[in-house]
Ligand binder design. Structure first.
Ligand code: PHE
Length: 358
């Protein structure tokens, strides 16, 4: 029996010392395998007298069970340790910085459109869209620009070859045709803004054949000039982030609005230095007016019941002013160095969720 106690201690020590699954398996074979130490003792039982055999048999069986249990327990311990080690090896450090070369930049045009949409979205405008390829009626005639109207010449229109339903198709020269589409396909009241691409045959430091506008349209029974002024003054101040930015409405002419106005903001120009804000000079930034009753009629809206205001602004021009970009052509040169300099980090994009307080 003393021998058995020594054997138990030996085996238990070996089980406890097994560092991995392979070492443990070896210990199991040494104890319980075909030629294992306990197995060998079991084999010796046959040559014993019955009393001794019974006693020894019970003791050996107990030892066998004990060792097997200890091996199972140790096995679980080793497996858990192996899983933990694997997890430790595979650990991802989420605090490591992103590789800088894979970080894109937001183009200033996208950024500026997002800012305009965020400001006007807060005021309750919804975004509407229309096609870049327009028919003559939506782009001109419905907007009170009939075929012989001089305003047609000012637009430097790209005409597409061929005709559709007897009409020439054009690349829209402004986003105003979406006013027409919106009024024709819905019921007033309307309160929409239309960001989008526009086209005119023109190319220099301040003109590009493709450029962007944001149109605005409000139509309701009680809409008046005060709403137009309040909305655009508020917009200019929010966009340029200047609470006291001077904003002036200067009488102008558009066929689709009556009366029409050009909106100017205060600025200073000293020795080639240009600054937006209080100053002795003015800078034109957008066109607007009360929707011409003829336009409402063209869309089947009764001008005796409804009236509205509309405005249109050039996105490139606003982006150049706000971010000090001197040449409009650089917007479309796809120069990565330029984009790195003037572009925005993705997280700077304003969001309408939670307002403008970013
Ligand atoms: N569509 C005009 C333009 O492109 C801008 C404008 C829109 C003016 C709406 C008044 C009202 O110049």
């Amino acid at each position: 029996m003393d021998d058995l106690n020594t054997l138990r201690e030996d085996l238990m020590t070996a089980v406890g010392a097994a560092a991995d699954s392979a070492a443990l398996e070896e210990t199991r074979i040494t104890a319980l395998g075909k030629k294992g130490r306990i197995t060998a003792l079991m084999k010796g039982l046959g040559g014993m007298d019955p009393d001794q055999r019974k006693q020894m048999g019970q003791a050996l069986n107990a030892l066998k069970g004990e060792v097997a249990d200890a091996i199972e327990a140790r096995k679980a311990e080793i497996e858990n340790a192996e899983i933990d080690a694997g997890l430790e090896d595979d650990r991802v450090d989420v605090t490591l910085p992103v590789r800088p070369e894979t970080e894109g930049r937001i183009h200033p045009i996208s950024q500026t459109i997002d800012e305009i949409v965020a400001i006007l979205g807060e005021m309750g405008f919804a975004v509407a869209e229309g096609p870049d390829i327009e028919d003559d009626w939506h782009n001109f005639t419905a907007l009170n620009i009939p075929p012989d109207h001089p305003a047609r010449q000012e637009h430097d229109t790209f005409y597409l070859p061929g005709e559709k339903d007897g009409e020439r198709m054009v690349l829209r020269t402004h986003t105003s045709p979406v006013q027409i589409r919106t009024m024709q396909s819905g019921e007033p009241p309307f309160r929409i803004i239309v960001p989008g691409r526009t086209y005119r045959c023109d190319y220099d430091a301040t003109h590009s054949p493709m450029f962007h506008q944001v149109e605005g349209l409000v139509v309701d029974k009680t809409t008046h000039m005060g709403h137009l002024k309040g909305c655009l003054i508020e917009f200019c101040r929010a966009f340029f982030d200047l609470d006291d930015l001077p904003v002036r409405f200067r009488a102008s002419y558009f066929p689709f609005t009556e009366p029409s106005a050009e909106v100017d903001i205060g600025c200073t120009r000293d020795d080639g230095q240009f600054r937006i804000g209080h100053g002795d000079d003015w800078l034109e930034i957008l066109g607007c007016g009360m929707v011409n009753p003829k336009v409402l009629e063209n869309c089947g809206i009764d001008p005796e019941v409804y009236q509205g205001f509309a405005f249109g602004m050039g996105v490139e021009r606003l982006a150049m002013l706000k971010y000090g970009i001197p040449d409009l052509r650089t917007f479309y040169e796809s120069d990565l160095r330029w984009l790195k300099h003037y572009g925005f980090a993705a997280l700077d994009v304003p969001s309408m969720v939670g307002g403008l307080g970013r």
